[in-house]
Design a protein around this ligand. Structure first.
Ligand code: FAD
Length: 285
């Protein structure tokens, strides 16, 4: 099923993200975690694409298994900055063969050695190319606090509008820990003429390392209130997990109470964390 149709349903949509393994020896373990998450029956699941592009078959494999065994529609990610046009076209063919109708079209992070593809520079080029082929439902990434490489939020929004105009059906945000940042972004996006559905991405933080890694990669602001929680509970794994689930739940409740209809949770492949949040929202979703 196409995600553009799912996002039109009445009420709230609740979706979950998993990531594929980096190596084949971990495939069975990670596919098993992804299936436990699929068994929670979210509206759809996204499966990320390994940086560098060499593990695309794992993304396709996990996405296909989730759809086949659980009838949960999947959104397979695809990056381009480290890939040749031939490789991208092979991945599109693989997704098609596996019955995957939805793609999150991304540039990907520039590798540490700075070597990028000669075929693609920005996600908008990938979006145009896939759109020309016609048949996929397409999502893209957006950054409520501005993308880390872009000096000005206004400029980042102009580039986002280019991606939307190239044919996106919806956009999903990077994680944020302060909902006001999201509300402000949504206002600016609508003012810039971006009228497609915006899916709010929430990352439950269950250990301090995860927070520092995520913040270093994305530049996401950590409000003092949340920093205090991580400082206080971070040394106890079970307490931090509980506090992280509650913080994410509170963010989601606030979003829903303020009229936001599409919630996406970055599960970090943890079925118990996804289940904990869904349990907290059992009367709300
Ligand atoms: P783009 O939209 O191309 O933007 C990248 C930068 O270039 C921005 O600063 C933008 O302002 C700038 N820019 C865009 N167009 C132009 C232009 N014409 N001229 C000048 N500057 C321009 N990474 C993975 O490796 N795998 C994943 O599965 C994955 N999933 C993600 C899912 C979500 C929801 C999000 C938010 C991010 C995800 N990422 C993933 C990370 C993403 O690949 C990085 O954030 C990457 O650095 C940017 O990708 P993009 O598609 O947003 O790039």
């Amino acid at each position: 099923m196409r995600i553009s149709e799912i996002l039109q349903k009445d009420g709230i949509t609740f979706s979950l993200e998993v990531f594929p393994p980096k190596t084949s020896d971990k495939y069975t373990e990670i596919a098993a975690a992804a299936k436990k998450i699929a068994a929670l029956r979210p509206d759809f699941m996204s499966v990320t694409y390994g940086a560098g592009g060499g593990t695309g078959d794992f993304t396709a494999g996990i996405a296909e298994e989730i759809q086949r065994q659980f009838s949960v529609p999947t959104l397979a990610h695809l990056t381009c900055v480290s890939s040749s046009r031939d490789h991208v076209h092979r991945m599109l063919e693989t997704y098609r063969e596996k019955g995957i109708e939805n793609i999150l079209a991304l540039r990907g992070d520039v590798p540490a050695d700075g070597k990028i593809s000669t075929d693609y520079r920005y996600a908008v080029e990938l979006i145009r190319e896939i759109r020309e082929q016609g048949d996929f439902c397409l999502g893209g990434a957006c950054y409520p606090e501005g993308h880390i490489e872009c000096a000005h939020k206004r400029e980042d929004l102009i580039h986002l509008k280019e991606k939307v105009d190239a044919g996106l059906d919806f956009i999903t945000t990077q994680m944020f820990f302060n909902n006001d940042v999201f509300y402000n972004f949504l206002y600016r996006a609508r003012e810039a003429g971006i009228m497609i559905p915006v899916v709010a991405g929430i990352m439950p933080i269950t250990n301090p390392k995860q927070l520092s890694r995520s913040v270093a990669m994305s530049g996401t602001d950590v409000p003092q209130r949340f920093r205090a929680i991580v400082d206080f509970f971070g040394s106890s794994a079970p307490a931090m997990k509980q506090a992280g689930i509650v913080y994410a739940t509170e963010q989601i409740i606030d979003l829903i109470a303020n009229g936001i209809r599409h919630i996406h949770v970055y599960t970090m492949n943890k079925p118990d964390v996804a289940a904990g949040i869904m349990q907290n929202l059992s009367e709300i979703l």
